[in-house]
Ligand binder design. Structure first.
Ligand code: JCF
Length: 697
């Protein structure tokens, strides 16, 4: 204990001193559970009560206030500017590699330079945020700084202190010795959901939007007023140690990360020790597949040599250590130019602005168009024709424009006009009060029918091969088709007279359309284009009601019984089948022999069994099942399969070499099942799992 002056000793009763210490430890623990583990064990009200008690005691005995008290996170006044900070050990950046071949080439160099072949590596997701350094002296946070150019950064201590995940004081568990100086390096970032929420709020307030979570995190951390930073949902993930004084530092990178985790400092998730470069590459692929499931943006995988002495010895090229490399995922975003904006008219008559772009390659696909959603979005982006923009394309999602870059304007940009007339039929357009969308006022606008046919004939709906956009649009324009059922009564003799329609092509098309009558019920439902009924909901409807007749009789309450169906979906389905025009259409489909029922009873989720309603997380490699097989069987047994472990998780199924989910399950006391347990529970749910087929026996 530090010596206290005589007056302090007199004034503060020892039990108050003890209680203050206890409150700070408790608050530290609940912070950790809430912000890092995402699994609070007390209510907000109980937490607030502890904070209030601490505040009261500190008001009564101000001499007890120390900068590391949880009451002192926010409160520093706005700064004039940031002081500069020298990084004693430079904060290096990472060289990038983009393929398996480049990973191997990098490893080859490491093998050659070290004259060793038994090298261990550590992989971790590369969090897309901004790098910072946080220094603890005797367990107390004394400085936070940005990376800057790697040698000199900015002192953002008062902003770093507002990030609740970052402990202001370290409480080492028994048996763990704190170094006198500990520098933690890591990434300040924002979760995608939090970023989207922040942008929504900013949009509502008429403020400019952040282009991506990374910019939002950087903008939030570099605020002169710490109370602004405190209001932003910033997070932190440590990925390295820097300065370390007073004790022996860990000898491996993996141990360093373990050490930080023991101190309850948030560390990059799922860092993993790999014993071979093949394992490293497998990890990179695994992360790339999971990338869109993560709560944060990851732009790659960091690969490091585990042995810190070897890492050091390998040295630095320019500003990049030889002992580490970043395997970069294909970019989600690129910049390009908006050449034009056209307005497409959908099934509902809704006008959607679509940006025509200077073609740009994103993730292996050439992107030439991006949705702009609606006119408010154009306004929010401040978009002009000719602007440079940031385009984002992730997975199979339609590309979108996430930001304009006004700095690149040259004065030739022109405003985008909002159409007063429908670009397809010329009828006037309307935008109802309180709605963001504009509609064509003509219920018979041919654009609507064309869009409906596109949906109906599309791959995942009735999959009519050969009936592409060009041909279906032509059929509508020629009056061959006035409604969806008309597809089945096309006058093929007329088609044969059209240019470019030879007998063979016409016969194939006719057959393809005829064959579409027999598609599964769920695909038919998806093809109808009912609002809110995507593939998944169509599947759920087909499973629940089995036939169009039963579905058409369903009440809103019946629909709401389907797990995952909210009022908007239920209402939409219900109303679709109340509309006389739609009922007429269904009758015509029936007369034409279109299948509108499940052929056999669908695989039903059992009402009983050990897995019904359970939330299950899978980790590690299973012997008998692939990951997706296991997920499918669990779902059939009535379980929900989720990605991350929380207090709501009922079971974690751990296969070989489980990841950090295993640790988290242990921390939270979630029951952990082995593969045998899983197979037994599946059998008890009436799901037989056959013995694996092995090619060797
Ligand atoms: O997650 C990151 N963004 C990240 C950046 C992780 C690391 O392990 C890093 C890094 C930048 C430099 N390591 C270095 C040396």
């Amino acid at each position: 204990m530090a010596e206290q002056s005589a007056t302090t000793q007199d004034r503060v009763p020892p039990e108050v001193r003890r209680r203050v210490d206890e409150l700070r430890r408790l608050i530290h623990r609940y912070n950790y559970e809430y912000y890092v583990l995402n699994a609070p064990t007390i209510s907000d009200a109980e937490y607030d009560a502890l904070m209030l008690e601490l505040r009261r005691l500190e008001e009564q005995y101000p001499e007890l206030i120390t900068p590391d008290s949880p009451t002192q996170r926010v409160g520093a006044p706005p700064a004039e500017g940031f002081a500069t900070v020298q990084h004693e050990i430079p904060m290096l950046s990472l060289a990038n590699v983009f393929s398996d071949g480049e990973i191997r080439a990098w490893a080859q160099r490491v093998y050659r330079l070290s004259n060793r072949s038994d090298i261990e590596f550590v992989t971790e997701p590369k969090v897309d945020g901004l790098a910072v350094s946080i220094v603890y002296e005797n367990g107390v946070l004394v400085r936070g700084a940005t990376r800057g150019d790697g040698y000199t950064g900015e002192d953002v201590t008062n902003n770093i202190r507002t990030i609740r995940m970052i402990p202001l004081r370290l409480y080492p568990p028994p048996g763990v010795e704190l170094p006198r100086v500990l520098e933690v390096r890591g990434e300040v970032y924002m979760n995608v959901q939090d970023f989207e929420q922040l942008n929504r709020e900013r949009g509502e307030q008429g403020l400019s939007l952040f282009a991506n979570p990374r910019n939002a995190a950087a903008g939030s951390l570099r605020q002169l007023d710490p109370s602004v930073t405190a209001s932003r949902p910033l997070r932190f993930a440590a990925w390295d140690i820097g300065r370390w004084e007073g004790t022996e530092p860990p000898t491996t990178h993996h141990a360093a990360l373990d050490f930080l985790a023991q101190l309850q400092i948030p560390v990059v998730p799922d860092y993993r020790l790999c014993h071979s470069i093949n394992e490293v590459i497998a990890e990179c692929h695994r992360w790339q597949e999971r990338r869109d499931l993560l709560e944060f943006e990851a732009d790659g995988v960091v690969i490091k040599v585990n042995d810190r002495a070897l890492y050091q010895a390998l040295g630095v090229v320019g500003r990049e250590p030889r002992g580490a490399v970043a395997y970069k995922f294909p970019a989600h975003e690129k910049t390009t130019i908006v050449r034009d904006v056209i307005w497409s008219v959908g099934r509902t008559g809704k006008l959607t602005p679509v940006a025509i772009l200077e073609p740009v390659e994103i993730g292996g696909v050439i992107v030439e168009r991006a949705t702009l959603h609606n006119e408010d979005e154009i306004r929010r982006l401040g978009l002009l024709l000719g602007d440079a923009v940031v385009v984002q394309r992730r997975g199979d999602v339609i590309p979108k424009i996430v930001a304009t870059i006004p700095q690149r304007r040259d004065g030739d940009e022109r405003p985008i006009e909002i159409p007063k007339q429908c670009p397809v039929c010329g009828a006037h357009t309307v935008r109802l009060e309180g709605e963001v969308d504009r509609y064509c006022s003509n219920p018979n606008c041919p654009a609507r029918l064309k869009a409906s046919i596109r949906q109906f004939a599309s791959r995942n709906a009735l999959d009519i091969e050969g009936l592409g956009e060009k041909i279906s649009d032509l059929f509508v324009d020629l009056g061959l088709v006035h409604s969806l059922p008309d597809l089945y009564t096309i006058d093929w003799n007329r088609v044969l007279q059209l240019e470019g329609f030879g007998p063979k092509k016409v016969e194939n098309l006719r057959k393809a359309i005829e064959a579409s009558k027999q598609r599964p019920f769920a695909r038919f439902l998806f093809g109808l284009g009912i609002r809110h009924v995507g593939e998944r909901n169509a599947q759920l409807l087909a499973e629940r009601f089995c036939s169009i007749d039963r579905l058409m009789q369903a009440t809103i309450d019946d629909l709401l019984e389907i797990p995952g169906f909210g009022p908007a979906v239920a209402q939409s389905v219900y109303e679709f089948f109340r509309e006389p025009k739609n009922r007429e259409m269904i009758e015509r489909f029936r007369q034409l022999g279109v299948r509108m029922a499940e052929e056999e009873a669908p695989a039903r989720v059992p009402a009983r069994g050990p897995l019904v309603g359970k939330t299950v997380v899978l980790t590690g490699r299973l012997e008998t099942l692939t990951r997706s097989q296991a997920e499918e069987l669990l779902r059939r047994a009535g379980a929900h399969v989720t990605e991350s472990v929380s207090r709501k998780t009922d079971y974690v199924v751990a296969g070989a070499e489980p990841g950090s989910k295993y640790l988290r399950a242990q921390q939270l006391g979630v029951p952990i099942l082995g593969e045998e347990d899983l197979l037994r529970m599946l059998r008890d749910s009436g799901i037989a799992v056959e013995a694996p087929i092995r090619s060797s026996d």
